[in-house]
Design a protein around this ligand. Structure first.
Ligand code: ADP
Ligand code: MG
Length: 244
């Protein structure tokens, strides 16, 4: 398994943000982590990436507990955070170099890897451009290239398409699906947008810190007795007051 999460719970102070979350994701799979704002998606990512220390439960990446193998498990992870973390004044290459050296890659290796990843994204000619001059979609692509530089087995994307136009969002989404298919990456795609989910996709539906469902989008519709995922999502994330 690429990712195993068991009995995960997290509190900010006394406030419960995640409760008893459990799921397993295999290699080469694309999974949507769907939940409205405040559901707990970013908190889950912060635990997976060890930004926050674990409180309750366990996380294993490629079979290794992140508690016990805290340094070595990070090499399995590529992350695109909700907020962009590129340095706008540096060039694409400089941003990638910085990340690569953090992961212990040699300069030569970084150059090679950067070229490969940017070519795959059809951005090779932008290598020496300042990030500030790139549009939102291209900046996100650079973040994906950076996340893949050290060849992780797992790619986490936290609302990677927020603020982008429909076409660019669809392109990025298709690109990540391609990585799963072609490179055997395990991708966890956090979103609050139904449009980014295909009927056969596996969906982890998070609401108020709890996993409300772990099923295909089609199955979710069937269970909620709805014609569309949008309707099912609305029904499954309705607060008790609204549902009554
Ligand atoms: P999502 O990414 O799905 O929008 P978050 O993980 O950001 O959700 O937030 C989950 C819950 O935890 C929300 O109720 C949010 O207000 C709360 N929360 C998030 N970050 C903090 C923090 N640093 N301190 C206190 N509460 C937080
Ligand atoms: Mg978030």
């Amino acid at each position: 398994m690429a990712i195993e999460v068991e009995g995960l719970g997290f509190r900010y102070g006394g406030r419960e943000a995640l409760t008893d979350i459990g799921f397993r994701l295999g290699q080469g799979t694309f999974t949507a982590l769907l939940g409205p704002n405040g559901a707990g998606k970013s908190t889950l990512f912060a635990l997976l990436t060890r930004l926050y220390a674990l409180q309750d439960g366990e996380i294993r990446l490629l079979g290794q507990s992140i508690r016990r193998h805290s340094a070595s498990v990070m090499q399995h992870l590529g992350v695109v955070f909700q907020q962009s973390t590129l340095d706008l004044d540096l060039t694409v290459m400089q941003n990638l170099e910085y990340h690569g050296s953090l992961h212990g890659l040699s300069r030569r290796e970084i150059r090679q890897r950067a070229r490969t990843e940017l070519e795959r994204l059809q951005m090779a000619e932008r290598l020496h451009e300042r990030v500030r001059n790139l549009n939102g979609g291209h900046r996100r692509r650079v973040e994906i290239a950076r996340a893949l530089l050290h060849r992780p087995a797992i790619l986490l994307l936290d609302e990677a398409t927020v603020g982008l136009d429909t076409r660019t969002r669809a392109d990025l989404n298709a690109y990540v699906r391609g990585l799963c298919r072609d490179l055997g990456l395990c991708a966890l795609w956090a979103t609050h947008l139904i449009e980014e989910i295909a009927p056969e996709d596996r969906v982890l539906l998070l609401h108020r810190g709890r996993l409300r469902a772990d099923a295909s989008a089609l199955e979710l519709c069937r269970r909620a007795d709805c014609d569309s995922l949008a309707e099912a999502f609305e029904r499954l994330t309705a607060t008790p007051e609204q549902a009554a």
